[in-house]
Design a protein around this ligand. Sequence first.
Ligand SMILES: [Cu+2]
Length: 69
Amino acid sequence: MASFLPPIVISVPPHSLRINAFNLNAKMKDGEFNDVFLTPDQVGDFKTDCGVYCGAGHKTMSMTVHVIQ
Ligand SMILES: [Cu+2]
């Protein structure tokens, strides 16, 4: 069964969802819902960030993905 992250709505400028631990850098299409499918191969907490420079605030675009099982 594939795992997935919730859809993300992105506006201009473009962004990406990057999770280095899973070798993921999913580019987001402007103004559309974007689904990202990921089957984690390890549990833990993994930092994410925006993988495309998008201007002011780019460095603050981060979150943590919790893989629990
Ligand atoms: Cu960015």
